[in-house]
Ligand binder design. Sequence first.
Ligand code: HMG
Ligand code: MG
Length: 303
Amino acid sequence: MNFPNEVTVVEVGPRDGLQNESKHVETADKIRMIEALGKTGLKRIEVTSFVSPKWIPQLADGLDVINGLHLPDDVRMLALVPNLKGLESAQKGHLKEVAFFLSATESHSKKNINKSVDEAVTTLKEVATVAKSAGLKLRCYVSVVFVCPYEGKVAPAQVAKVVSQLLAIGVDEISLGDTIGAATPLDVKNVVSLLSKEVGVNNLALHFHDTRGTALANVLAGLDLGVSTFDSSIGGLGGCPYAPGAAGNLATEDLVYMLNGMGIKTGIDLEKLVDAGELVQNLLGKKLPGRYLQAALAARSKV
Ligand code: HMG
Ligand code: MG
């Protein structure tokens, strides 16, 4: 096994997590959550999205969240944008990085953004032109890379076709999404080994949801192929409202615990992650699914 020495964790809980919560979370509480995450050593945090508030009302206060945040200088915020309108809002927040998103299948694309994959690529070109001229870093998620809730198993060649268009547009990083948490390590191997020839493994990130308990095993498969950027969310919060059956993302604490144990550096303080996870549980008034979080909180309550 040939693992990287260091891994970058991209925390997506404030966006991927909160977009899926039915409980209303006050702007001030989102700020407390993100600031707690900013104290853990995480260097990249996806803080909100600038999508239609009719589609995702939970994140309609994105600009207020960003304007209220005080984060260490070395923490890079990013926000999800679906089009130029979203990019304009992100620019008002003086972000240095934005993330576009599209799907590997037509059905998920239609349900999630009401566009075909080709239409989404056209929109990405517009977004990329403006983002690049403004000096912004541009990440792009590809959703339903392994399994689509509407079309089933996705052929790696179909993903490669979408990815080659993203490369031609010049995105800086491609995050491959197991949107409904259905991939297994063999799926990861098949897709990543095909794509990394074209993309270069340093420009790939993996974004696992943990619906079926395979997320950490999938991280291991990714590490073995040299991937060194992984998305996760505090406490395992999350889901995609337009992908039935999508549960939370891989929990950040579970990921960091495993990486620590393997001697792979993240720069993240696990105890501070637990503090952040506990805060999020209190804000949402419910237990989060993260396993390390629950074990650590149980141990703390016995001391
Ligand atoms: P649309 O309804 O097809 O069409 O939305 P539209 O472009 O004509 O816009 C309709 C209305 O929304 C208009 O307002 C626009 O101005 C407004 P109205 O005239 O009706 O008052 N609008 C906006 N408002 C604010 N910000 C914007 C914006 N754009 C339009 N940026 C659209 C198309 C793409 C906007 C919509 O479908 C949408 O917002 N979809 C987002 C869905 C979403 O956020 N899904 C979850 C994120 S993806 C995910 O979770 C997967 C990921 O985690 C990776 C993985 O796990 O796979 C990233
Ligand atoms: Mg996701």
